[in-house]
Ligand binder design. Structure first.
Ligand SMILES: C[S@@+](CC[C@H](N)C(=O)[O-])C[C@H]1O[C@@H](n2cnc3c(N)ncnc32)[C@H](O)[C@@H]1O
Length: 253
């Protein structure tokens, strides 16, 4: 994987992602479902002792203090909140995919009805759980340890956790092995009229590639959204804390 990203925040991401590609074997993930002691459901293909957090566990404790992460989430929140979702915002149901410690989930909890926040890193999810335990205002967040595969998408629908008014992936799609497959599951989980908001690092180095590990560019995203039958609303280059990012908004018709 080519290194395209700079800065401290990005440095962490790159290190974690290299190990992600080393240990992940998503095909082996089971779809076992089990309950935690509180009201949080854990499901979506991972055992508690599963080693496939992809190295992200190591970043969990300090993630909230990484330079730039809040600004990155704030920017994505601003884009998300501008969308004309099927429900009013106070009734909106959101899926925060690859939520990490839930920085974005926590930022939007007061704006919507409920958020399902899913991440394969148990430690990232544990940090989010602690925030929820200690904050009355975050009780509408359901933390889930898992990946968004066919089984998980099915379970979300079966348990009426979905479909969602919006799915948001904030600096996540670079780390997902099969971007096209992910978009198909996102499409499945959106209500008609629901939005997918994706923020990622932007490729700036020619020649641009269609390898998500290199980051994203407009033509690549446009092609993938179209293939997944998501209508492109906007795909915009942006700069957040001096990092080149790209934010895509697409919609299920
Ligand atoms: C750069 S962090 C972003 C975390 C969070 N969205 C934020 O903005 O703070 C990337 C996150 O993607 C998660 N991740 C890695 N592979 C994933 C996958 N296949 N599906 C969902 N999330 C994944 C990691 O566990 C990690 O928490």
């Amino acid at each position: 994987m080519r290194c395209i990203l700079k800065g401290l925040f990005i440095g962490s991401i790159l290190q974690a992602s290299s190990s992600a590609f080393a240990f992940h074997n998503y095909d082996k993930a089971s779809s076992k479902q089990y309950q935690t002691g509180n009201n949080n459901v854990i499901m979506g293909g991972m055992e508690d002792n599963d080693q496939s957090s992809g190295g992200w566990d190591d970043y969990a404790d300090d993630w909230d203090n990484q330079p730039g992460v809040r600004e990155f989430s704030q920017n994505t929140k601003n884009v998300l909140m501008k969308q004309d979702i099927p429900e009013s915002w106070s009734q909106a149901t959101i899926l925060d995919l690859g939520c990490g410690t839930g920085i974005l989930s926590r930022m939007i909890a007061g704006e919507c009805k409920s958020i399902v926040s899913i991440d394969p890193s148990g430690k990232m999810v544990d940090v989010l759980k602690k925030h929820i335990e200690n904050n009355e205002a975050l009780q509408n967040i359901l933390p889930v340890k898992g990946i968004l595969d066919d089984a998980t998408a099915g379970e979300f629908l079966e348990k009426k956790l979905g479909p969602f008014d919006a799915v948001v992936a904030n600096s996540v799609c670079s780390f997902v092995p099969d971007y096209d497959a992910l978009l198909l599951n996102i499409h499945k989980l959106l209500k008609p009229g629901g939005y997918f908001v994706q923020a990622d690092f932007r490729q700036t180095k020619e020649p641009l590639t269609e390898n998500q590990g290199d980051g994203f560019h407009e033509a690549f995203m446009r092609k993938a959204y179209t293939k997944a039958e998501l209508t492109v609303i906007t795909i915009e280059p942006m700069t957040v804390t001096e990092n080149n990012i790209i934010v895509g908004v697409s919609k299920k018709e």
